[in-house]
Design a protein around this ligand. Structure first.
Ligand code: F6R
Length: 252
């Protein structure tokens, strides 16, 4: 597990984008997160596309999760968020057909989750992750299975409260459920880049890197993955015990 601490979110986003651009292969499968954290990274990818240095034209992108019960045209529907960030020649070259998101609109949500899981049976090439303050990745909330496949999840109060900023600061407008890639699904990615910013993520970051692997902090499962790069700003790194060691490791 590489741990990179940058002064601010801006450097972290640039580094993460650099990693993706450098490791992009024609036809790659890119796992994409939503929320605020990857927005700077996506802006860097759009800039690289503009200059001809990067393209998702032949690639597919796979969302981590999607809300259940959200209007198809709602701007916070994750498919719409990702369209806004990545789809089209003016963005990264990704086509709408090549953007994959779980489908929460049918009668059988479990079947939709199973279908998404089957499509990801070989895992993505590079997975971008954010981190919930309660330690979730995707929307795998605490006390779930560390080996879960894509499934329907109930969001915790903490997550709905955190995400109410996207819903007029009204927690009642935040969906209660989602379909999310499971921890087993995420673990099939060949390579993972996780970003976390701000004081509110510090406890989860410390658990992720230094805590025992536990269903109470779902992101800790990443300690079992052979290729994870964690890029955090100073505030998110503030509860790490071995912070000097991580800095020294990155300065060889
Ligand atoms: C979003 C997702 C979540 C977010 C996490 C952090 O697709 O899967 O795990 O990455 O909730 O959200 P932000 O980045 O808004 O703090």
């Amino acid at each position: 597990m590489r741990v990179i601490i940058t002064p601010t979110e801006t450097e972290a986003s640039t580094l993460a984008a650099r990693h993706i651009i450098d490791h992009a292969t024609p036809g790659m499968k890119l796992g994409v997160a939503t929320g605020s954290t990857p927005l700077g990274l996506y802006a860097n990818l759009r800039t690289a596309h503009e200059t001809g240095a990067f393209s998702l034209a032949d690639s597919t992108a796979w969302a981590l999760d999607e809300y259940v019960g959200i209007d198809e045209n709602h701007p916070e529907r994750y498919r719409n968020v990702l369209r806004d960030q990545l789809v089209g020649d003016d963005k990264t070259g990704l086509t709408d057909d090549n953007l994959h998101t779980p489908n929460p609109y049918g009668d059988d949500l479990d079947a939709a989750a199973a279908e998404y899981e089957a499509a990801l049976s070989e895992g993505v090439d590079i997975q971008i992750l954010g981190l919930g303050s309660d330690g979730h990745i995707g929307f795998n909330e605490p006390a779930g299975s560390l080996a879960s496949p894509t499934h329907v999840e109930t969001l915790t109060h903490e997550t709905r409260e955190a995400n109410s900023r996207f819903f007029d600061n009204d927690i009642d407008k935040v969906p209660t459920h989602c379909i999310t890639q499971g921890l087993a699904t995420i673990m099939r990615a060949s390579d993972i880049v996780l970003l976390a910013f701000g004081r509110g993520k510090a406890r989860a970051v410390a658990q992720l890197i230094e805590g025992p692997v536990s269903a109470m902090w779902p992101a800790t499962i990443l300690q079992h993955h052979p290729s994870v790069m964690i890029i955090v700003d100073e505030e998110a790194a503030s509860e790490l015990t071995m912070i000097d060691y991580y800095r020294s490791r990155e300065h060889v």
